[in-house]
Design a protein around this ligand. Structure first.
Ligand SMILES: N[C@@H](CCC(=O)N[C@@H](CS)C(=O)NCC(=O)O)C(=O)O
Length: 216
């Protein structure tokens, strides 16, 4: 697959973009990286042109053969269907549902609460101070991390099976974000064991925020 066929609208630090970069990396798919800066110029995601691509004014968005897809879960499931080699999901239906359950815990229970537009609304529109905002956010992030940690066996190398799956595509970016948000992580040993094991894998190195063209 050449870079002409797949375009990814991404921001280096965006955890939802990072999920898609991981999925593309596991599948060894080359792509064109189109940076969308979430802070510059009032946030490039809010431009009229970009909102034609992603009506929620968020990254990531994926363009493939003229089709535009937003929402990271929809994008990775599309990649899984379109490029079934190097699968991200197992054939077993229960195992597959369990991996999606793990991802959805992050996708709906954690990531939306840390989103720039959500936390800005708390401080700028509702007048909540930084300290209270941070306490609110940490409460939900710890709740999610505790649940995720309880779903993993101690000393595991992967969430499920013997290779990177969709679960790590969601987990690794979430751990990265939690650290940025100041979460104390040491209690979540089962998650840290997976992170430690995966961090040197080529697809993980390639997808890391520090290694993106727009990294600052
Ligand atoms: N559910 C969406 C979430 C996307 C999302 O929240 N993206 C964030 C970055 S991780 C964003 O673009 N935020 C821009 C903003 O809040 O203005 C997905 O999975 O794609």
């Amino acid at each position: 697959m050449t870079t002409k066929d797949i375009k990814l609208y991404s921001y280096f630090r965006s955890s939802a973009s990072y999920r898609v970069r991981l999925a593309l990396g596991v599948k060894d798919l080359d792509y064109e990286y189109i940076p969308v800066h979430l802070l510059n110029n009032g946030g490039e995601q809010n431009s009229e042109a970009y909102m034609q691509i992603n009506p929620m004014a968020q990254v990531p968005s994926l363009e493939y053969d003229g089709a535009l897809i937003s929402q990271s879960m929809a994008i990775v499931l599309f990649l899984e269907d379109q490029f079934p080699n190097k699968p991200l999901l197992p054939a077993d239906k229960v195992e597959k549902a369990k991996i999606i359950e793990f991802c959805e815990l992050i996708n709906s229970g954690m990531q939306p609460l840390q989103n720039l537009s959500v936390t800005r609304f708390l401080t700028k529109d509702l007048g909540i101070n930084e300290k209270d905002k941070s306490q609110w956010l940490l409460h939900w992030l710890h709740k999610g991390l505790k649940s995720l940690n309880s779903m993993i066996e101690p000393n595991s190398h992967f969430v499920s099976g013997n290779s990177l799956s969709l679960a790590e595509c969601f987990l690794l970016p979430q751990l990265f974000s939690c650290r940025r948000m100041g979460v104390e992580m040491h209690k979540y040993e089962n998650l840290l064991s997976i992170e430690e094991h995966c961090k040197e894998l080529p697809a993980v190195i390639k997808a890391h925020p520090d290694n993106q063209p727009d990294a600052q």
